[in-house]
Design a protein. Structure first.
Length: 130
């Protein structure tokens, strides 16, 4: 469990898979602009055909010093603004995690692992921190 809160009414525990799923859903809202990938820049084969349930090889979540840290690996479509799209995605992920869980996401790092050019993927690495 990444997060656990107790009070007089009971307790709640939030695991890494919940936070990863929230971040994955935010990325998947923009299929024309970006795709999730693993750390090597490869799109998981099952993502092309089915709803994927485990995104832990694409998104990493951990608590450091009471703060949530996320690392998200994506591929971006060629021709879109990297900084605007990256900052927008970081803000959306942060907002949804705080809205759904109440956890403050202090550090979200977006790794641009490559570009999508007409269904061909060119791998390069760029990091945007938010």
């Amino acid at each position: 469990m990444i997060y656990r809160e107790n009070n007089e009414f009971g307790s709640i525990a939030i695991g890494e898979e919940v936070l990863v799923r929230i971040a994955a859903e935010e990325v998947r809202k923009h299929p024309e602009e970006m795709r999730l990938c693993n750390a090597k820049g490869k799109v998981p084969a099952i993502e092309k055909h089915l709803i994927r349930l485990d995104w832990s090889d694409c998104i990493f979540a951990q608590m450091e010093g009471g703060e949530l840290c996320l690392q998200v690996n994506v591929l971006l479509r060629f021709g879109i603004s990297i900084s605007n799209t990256g900052n927008m995605l970081i803000a959306e992920i942060r907002r949804e995690i705080e809205r759904q869980t109440g956890i403050l996401a202090k550090n979200i790092t977006l790794y641009i692992r490559g570009l999508i050019i007409n269904d061909m993927i060119t791998r390069r690495h760029l990091v945007i921190r938010g």
